[in-house]
Each structure stands twice: as structure tokens, then as C-alpha cells.
Design a protein around this ligand. Sequence first.
Ligand SMILES: Cc1cc2nc3c(=O)[nH]c(=O)nc-3n(C[C@H](O)[C@H](O)[C@H](O)COP(=O)(O)O)c2cc1C
Length: 297
Amino acid sequence: MDAKTFDYLYYKTHGYSNEQICQESGMSHEELELMERAMRPLMAEIEAERPKAKDIGPDFVKLTRYVYADKSDQELGLARPDAIKARSGELFALPAVGKLDFHKISLQQAFEQRRSLRKYSEQGLSLEELSFLLWAASWARDFRSNERMEVTFRNVPSAGSRHPIECFVDIHRVSGLKSGLYYYHPIKHCLILLDESPEIQQKIFEGCLRQEMVAKAAVNFIYTAVPYRTSWRYGQRGYRYLYLDAGHIGQNLHLAAEAIDAGCCMIGAYLDEGLNAALALDGVEEFVIYVAALGKK
Ligand SMILES: Cc1cc2nc3c(=O)[nH]c(=O)nc-3n(C[C@H](O)[C@H](O)[C@H](O)COP(=O)(O)O)c2cc1C
């Protein structure tokens, strides 16, 4: 999604007039007219679904109670989903975490020091430090696979150990790695380069509603959810667990950041359409659920 489409979608759905949209986005009236035409189907869909959106919160909580649940796909004997998604690209090894020697802080100190940090020093992260952060929040310490079940075990808990959250890394300043969007492989503990185009950072920044810290971070962690991994077992109730699982990851990342003299800020304010498009996700089978901007203090 380009910046103008992003602006149009954001401002239009927030009630800005066409005149204001032109002012805010720098679009000419002719460009706006073309945009209106291109976006008509999407805008019609949004308008049609708006009434449903009004009460979706309480409805979601109510209708995901056990008393409404049918048998899950697992109970019905449907094929199990994989524990991680296969992605391809150039591989980058990460240093093994067991050998790293960080200055140690106590757990108590990590809790006490933790704050949301939105301003970072220019200093980047070492590859070892990045490896440590990924290890703390996303690494799979064990992987078991058979016909009936595929499962990972990690440093964070997850409902039924389904671990539906995947981790993408938007690298700005990490020694030994070029800038770009990578996928973190939690079993192989390596990075897979997905997008090194010069535009990718801008797309992620815009997707995060142009929050300054995303542009300034040494690394942005973009967490996505693959809901079927959890709903296969728990049905629609599984959607509750996606957000709970993501929260654990965020806190582990926060505490691990303290141990390397870094800080982070979790981000829930992003334009789903923008970020999902930047990561080439369909927004249904996989979608962005949480973002963290991180850098040295
Ligand atoms: C789910 C969630 C979403 C958040 N989204 C944003 C965000 O989009 N932008 C931002 O600046 N801070 C965001 N934050 C950070 C909170 O504003 C921050 O945790 C809160 O103000 C408390 O400050 P502290 O973390 O320093 O204790 C988010 C935090 C959480 C847990």
C-alpha cells in the first residue's frame, strides 16, 4: 500500500472532508478523484460492515463463551496445522544464545527499570543482542511433530502450546545485517530475508500510523497471528488466546531489552490494511497482532 492510499483510507474513514484529505495528503483533486474510484469497493465494504462493528467487543466476549461452542476441528478429526509457516529467502544465522555474556541484571531490577521507551540512541544492536531478544520472546526450545499434532515449546506460555504468533523483524541498525524485513525462524533460530527494498521501512512506518519511534528504532518486531493454529483446537474461543499469547511475548521482550541496556515500546495503534500489505499477509489467515519498536537507551 503506498502512502497516498494509506492517507486516503485513514482520513476518509475518520470523517475528513475531501478538501481536508487533499490538504493532509498533498493529493491533487484529480488524484483524489482517481483514488475515490479505485477505493469504492473497499469503502462500500467498510460502510456495510460498520453497524456490525459497533458492538463487536461485547458480542465477541459473549459468543466465545463455552456454551456457544461447537466441536472444534481437532475434535472433528481434521488435519492438524503446522507449528510454523514455511517461508523462503536468504538465510542468516544467529549466534547461539547459550554462549552470550551480557551484563547480568536481576529480574527484580528488570521489572523496576522497565518503561515504554520511545527515544533511542543512534547506537545499533549487535547480532548477539538481537539473537538474545529473539530467544527470549520467540525461540522454540522444543519441537515435536507427528501426524496428529505438531507443537513447539518456548520461553513464553501459549494456550495449548499452539504458539500461533510469528515474528518478523524490521532491521534498521544491527551489525552484520543489511536493513530489511526478515522472518525469524523459531526452530532453526535464524533469520530469513523477505524484503530488502528501500520502501519497506517507510511502509512499516506508515502502517504504524507514522509513530516516530518506529522510524527511529534500531529494530521493529512485528508479531503476526496465524489463528487456525489455535482455533483448530479451541474454535472461535481460540481468538481470545491469540491476544493473550501476544501479551506474554511483549513482556518478555520488554524485560530482555532491559538486560542489554535497551528499551522498547509496544504498539497496538496501526492501520491493519497498511501493515498487512507491507508484510504480504491476507489479514485473515495471518494478520499483524502486535508491534514493538526497540533501541538502545
Ligand atoms: C497493547 C498495547 C498497545 C500499545 N500501543 C501503543 C502505541 O501504539 N503507541 C505508543 O506510543 N504506546 C503504546 N503502548 C505503550 C503504552 O502507552 C504504555 O505501556 C503505557 O503508557 C504505560 O507506560 P509504561 O509502559 O512506561 O509503564 C501500548 C501498550 C500496550 C500494552
